[in-house]
Design a binder for this molecule. Structure first.
Ligand SMILES: [Zn+2]
Length: 281
């Protein structure tokens, strides 16, 4: 492209000299063509340089939520750590909870016992092939996040607070608690996440309540909700397909009627969103 249509390679001074001494139209045309050619070449260089910068830029911009270490992309999914962080109430809130409730005992078993947390990690790993770890210490939730009148924690505030508490080497953090939660406009929630955010919060409080057809066990419901919220943190939105774990569930009955897996189109979306090599897929 470098002036390939030019009859002679010359610098602009010599062309200028020539045009002064030979004021005929062909030499002016030659000068014009040369300047045009230089101009076009400069534009081409600029475009290529910009393109190069785009291509060389680390792809972590796509999965901007990848931890900041120097990963070779695409990163192997097993290199990414998802932390399960138990969140526990203060003694003051604890004292308000019904001591003899069977469903609360079941909720505690799911979200606060070592066996329950390990079972959760296994259930998550079957879907998302990350590495999982349960945080060594539970986090005490500040009482300011608890609505004493409603006796529920506010999920938006939980998310904001949890974000300030996470280990930066974690790819995602799922805060799990057995107390009931809500957000403005909802009587209760099972969990909440912000799309592509670093954290989600999930409550096991209602998993053992008896107001559904009972197709799924409390653990299966719990696992599916955590899978669903983790899916949001990975950038997935709700889908209409009830076979997908990303379908929206507004009640235990709805929760029991939806799938536990991601569909092909959910996976396609994840592959578009992240420079991750999904182990085993
Ligand atoms: Zn959702």
């Amino acid at each position: 492209m470098w002036g390939s249509d030019m009859p002679v390679q010359r610098d602009s001074n010599s062309v200028q000299d020539q045009s002064d001494s030979l004021p005929d139209t062909s030499s002016r045309r030659l000068l014009l063509r040369q300047r045009l050619s230089i101009g076009l070449s400069l534009i081409l260089i600029l475009v290529l340089a910009l393109l190069g910068v785009r291509l060389l830029r680390p792809q972590s911009a796509i999965g901007s939520s990848l931890p900041s270490q120097g990963y070779v992309l695409p990163v192997d999914s097993r290199q990414l750590v998802v932390t399960i962080q138990p969140l526990v109430p203060s003694a003051q809130v604890q004292a308000l909870l019904p001591a003899d409730s069977a469903s609360l005992a079941a909720a505690r078993e799911l979200a606060a016992s070592p066996a329950g947390l390990q079972l959760l990690c296994d259930g998550l790993e079957e879907l998302y092939p990350f590495s999982y770890r349960v945080a060594a210490e539970s986090l005490r939730i500040p009482d300011s996040i608890f609505d004493f009148e409603r006796q529920q924690y506010d999920t938006s505030e939980l998310l904001d607070w949890l974000k300030t508490q996470t280990d930066p080497s974690s790819f995602r953090t799922a805060g799990v608690l057995y107390c009931d939660v809500y957000d403005e406009g909802y009587n209760f929630l099972f969990g909440q996440a912000r799309i592509a955010g670093p954290v989600c919060v999930i409550s096991s409080n209602r998993m053992g309540r008896e107001d559904s057809g009972g197709r799924l066990s409390p653990f299966e419901r719990w696992r599916n909700i955590v899978r669903h919220e983790l899916g949001h943190t990975l950038g997935l939105q709700h889908v209409d397909d009830r076979d997908s774990v990303m379908a929206f569930g507004n009640s235990l009955a709805e929760l029991d009627s939806q799938g536990a897996e991601l569909t092909k189109s959910d996976w396609k979306r994840l592959e578009e969103l992240h420079p991750i090599r999904w182990d085993g897929r």
